[in-house]
Structure formats: C-alpha cells, structure tokens
Write a protein that binds this ligand. Structure first.
Ligand code: TTP
Ligand code: MG
Length: 357
C-alpha cells in the first residue's frame, strides 16, 4: 500500500513569532538568541537576516559583524510552546498519526484521510491555511510517500512552500538532491561523503550497499535505501497516552465515607470529561488511595465494555472502595485512572483511493 506522508515545518519559527508579536520587527533582520557581547549563539533569524548569511547555531558576535543593524531578541520559550500546542491541535484533526520532531515540525501519516479531503496535497494546503489563520504564522509542507522524501521536500521552497513528490517522481527527486540536503546527513557525514566523491543522490546511488556499510556502518544501509527512494519508517505518534487519571490530595485527612464518595464523584467527572475531549474510552478503572500514614494502595477492575461515562466509572469505584480500609483508616489522597483504550478505527477501503494531487 502506498502511504501518504506530510512533513510540516514552521518558517523561521522563533523569529516569525517575534515579528508577529512586535510589528516593529516586521520586514527587518531579526535574530533570536544570545547576546553578541556575551558569547551567545543564534537560535534562528528572520529571512531578512538570512540574506546576510546568518543562520542557526552561529555565534551571535559573528552575526552582528555580518549585519550590525540586525535586531537581537531574547528567546521567549513560553510563546513558542504555546504556538506548538496550537499547531499540534490542528494536526490532530487531520490524522491520528502525528509525530512531532520538535516544537515547530511534525510528520503526519494521512493515508487514512481522516477529513475526507480530495488529496494529500489538498490536506497539506488546508493545514497550512489553518496554521496561518489560527496562529498568524506560515509553515512549509512536503508531501510524499515516505518520511525521508516528505522531510526533504518541506525544505525545498521555504518560506510558505509546498512541495509534492508523488511516487513516480521520487527517484528522480533524490538523484538531483545535493548530499547535504539528505535527512540524516550532518556536517561530518557531508564532509566524508564529499571526500568519497558523493555530491548528489545520483552519486550515492552508484555506490554498493557493501561499500556504504563499510564506510558508514549501519547508517550505510539507510543511505543505500533512501538513495532509491525507499524508507519504510512509520510515523510514530510518540505521545500515545496509555492512561488518563486525576488525583487530589485532601486539605485534611478524612474517614467519612460520604465525603470520600463526593470527592471521588468530582474526580470521576473530571476524568470523564478528559476522556471525552480525547475521544478515548477505557476498559480498566483504577482507584488509588493514600492513607494518612502515606501507605498507598490501588484497586483495579476491567469492565466488559469501554467507558468514558462518569456514572459508570463511579459505580465501579464505589465497589472498589469497599475493598479498602477507607472506613477504618483516614485518607489523605484519592485518585481515579482509566486505562486500556480502544484501538484506532479500522481502515475503510474507499479511503485508500485518496490521491496525491
Ligand atoms: P528550524 O525549523 O530548523 O528553523 P526555523 O523554523 O527557524 O527556520 P526554517 O524556516 O528554516 O525552518 O528550527 C525551529 C526552531 O528551533 C528555530 O526557530 C529556533 C530553534 N532552533 C535553535 O534554537 N537552535 C538551532 O540550532 C536550530 C536549528 C533551531
Ligand atoms: Mg522551521
């Protein structure tokens, strides 16, 4: 089955957020990073600053020499993290398979076409538009049939770019690719490749697998495959939640059953609403109790059916509570957790006809 992978990467991320939040910075060379006078480095810079040869990880003092009129701004991580949460929320609407690589980029496997859009390209366009309307920032996208090509493609037409590499164009795309553009080839490997006479994907393709493994170890096998447009790595949603729970430390230790039940009911409501918000239902209900002597116990049970309903959760929590010492010993903490969530929805055959264009 041919997969459809999108790689999205925000343009000049930290600098673009600074220009968005301070209109005086717009259209100017802006450098986000450390102070040029105190051995700081450039985290990133606006595209206006890149014209002077400034780039990430360069000493700020050097950047200052290249462009003395550039404006230096200290990073505001909280602002960047907030945007990161916004874009990840957008991604979730288009795929259940989202793999963030950093604050500003992610892979999405859209093979299943969650939003029923006409094509993978349309999906990427819509995501870019959503990002712009919700954050005021631009992103670039690469659309292809594997992670390697999608990642390289997203960088081809920055900023605000969209590059689509369908299966039949993949090998040709890679042949013309300079070796330093290969995802996974850093500065050191690039030097070594050049020393071996490998300047482009076409040069790389001429080398045997044995040769590449001898020169680069395990990575050699990877270079051999990607030179042929082969990359079977899956998009791994790395933050799959295995459980959803809430717990509360009480203001005073208590042993009154009714009060305990009241507090547990509130916790069950909270857990239920988080489950619903995340479209998850759990099979296993776990009650956690910490007594005033800090001894902590858990009691679990698996239900016949998955649930996200607070009433159902409470019914079982009540029975689990009976098996504890909560009536004889004072309690200082109460918690409820739901786990064992349902698997992904099955693939619907008609969705597989979803094209690239
Ligand atoms: P990148 O996506 O590599 O760069 P960018 O978004 O600034 O620019 P581009 O348009 O080329 O994608 O990195 C994302 C953010 O991560 C970047 O805005 C700042 C931060 N970062 C660092 O702090 N140090 C670094 O060396 C790099 C590469 C990035
Ligand atoms: Mg970026």
């Amino acid at each position: 089955m041919i997969r459809k992978i999108i790689h999205i990467d925000m343009d000049a991320f930290f600098a673009a957020v600074e220009q968005r939040d301070n209109p005086k910075l717009r259209g100017l060379p802006v450098i986000v990073g450390g102070n040029p006078k105190s051995r700081g480095v450039v985290a990133t810079c606006s595209y206006e600053a890149r014209k002077y040869g400034i780039h990430s990880a360069m000493a700020s003092s050097r950047a200052y020499n290249l462009c003395p009129k550039a404006i230096f701004v200290r990073p505001r991580m909280e602002a960047y993290k907030a945007v990161s949460v916004q874009i990840r929320d957008i991604f979730q609407n288009y795929s259940d398979f989202v793999e963030p690589l950093s604050l500003d980029e992610a892979f999405l496997d859209v093979t299943m076409n969650k939003m029923q859009l006409k094509s993978a390209t349309d999906t990427a366009i819509e995501i870019k538009n959503k990002i712009l309307s919700e954050t005021g920032l631009t992103a670039s996208a690469g659309v292809s049939y594997n992670k390697f090509i999608a990642k390289v493609a997203s960088d081809m037409q920055k900023p605000d770019g969209l590059t689509v590499v369908p299966p039949k164009a993949g090998e040709r795309f890679i042949e013309t690719l300079p070796i330093n553009k290969f995802f996974g080839v850093g500065k050191v490997t690039e030097k070594k490749m050049l020393r071996l006479g490998i300047k482009t994907g076409a040069d790389l393709k001429l080398k045997t697998k044995e040769f590449l493994i001898r020169e680069f170890g395990k990575a050699g096998a990877y270079y051999f495959d990607v030179a042929r447009g082969i990359d079977d790595r899956h998009v791994n949603p790395n933050r799959i939640r295995k459980s959803i729970g809430r717990e509360t430390t009480l203001q005073t230790d208590i042993s009154d059953k009714n009060t305990i039940m009241e507090i547990l009911s509130k916790i069950a409501e909270q857990v239920s609403s988080i489950l619903k918000r995340n479209h998850k239902k759990g099979v296993t209900v776990t009650l956690k109790i910490r007594y005033s002597d800090f001894k902590t116990v858990t009691r679990s049970r698996s239900l016949a059916e998955r649930t996200d309903d607070s009433g159902t959760i409470m019914k079982h929590v009540k029975e689990l509570l009976e098996t504890t010492d909560a009536d004889s010993k004072k309690v200082r903490l109460l918690g409820i957790t739901l786990s064992n969530f349902s698997r992904e929805t099955p693939v619907i055959m008609t969705q597989l006809k979803f094209p690239f264009y």
